[in-house]
Write a protein that binds this ligand. Structure first.
Ligand code: FES
Length: 105
């Protein structure tokens, strides 16, 4: 099944924050009905997974959060914490607008 959203979370931090962020995103997708959903009668699917370093930040090894990227847009976010997951899912996936305060530019 083709994916409509694919989220990769960097898992290179010394802490387990990358795993925790991925877990929180999966829970948020389910709670908000965006893991498997229908648009115009067509099945849509979202997937979250951890990955090796995305090499997009200088701070997340020291900071408390994780970096992640959401496809198909290729939008990078940084210093994401588990508590940001619900907002990311709601705004980026649900409403189609980025969470500006977390954008990596
Ligand atoms: S430590 Fe992997 S993107 Fe920052």
């Amino acid at each position: 099944m083709p994916l409509d959203y694919h989220i990769f979370v960097c898992n290179n931090q010394k802490s387990e924050v990358g795993k925790d962020v991925a877990k929180a995103l999966k829970i948020a997708l389910k709670k908000q009905g965006l893991k498997n959903f229908l648009v115009g009668g067509q099945k849509r699917h979202s997937r979250v997974q951890t990955c090796n370093c995305l090499d997009v930040c200088k701070q997340c090894k020291k900071g408390p959060g994780a970096a992640l990227v959401i496809y198909p847009e290729g939008t990078f976010y940084g210093d994401v914490k588990p508590t940001d997951a619900a907002e990311l899912v709601q705004k980026h996936l649900g409403e189609g607008r980025p969470v500006k305060r977390l954008l990596l530019e």
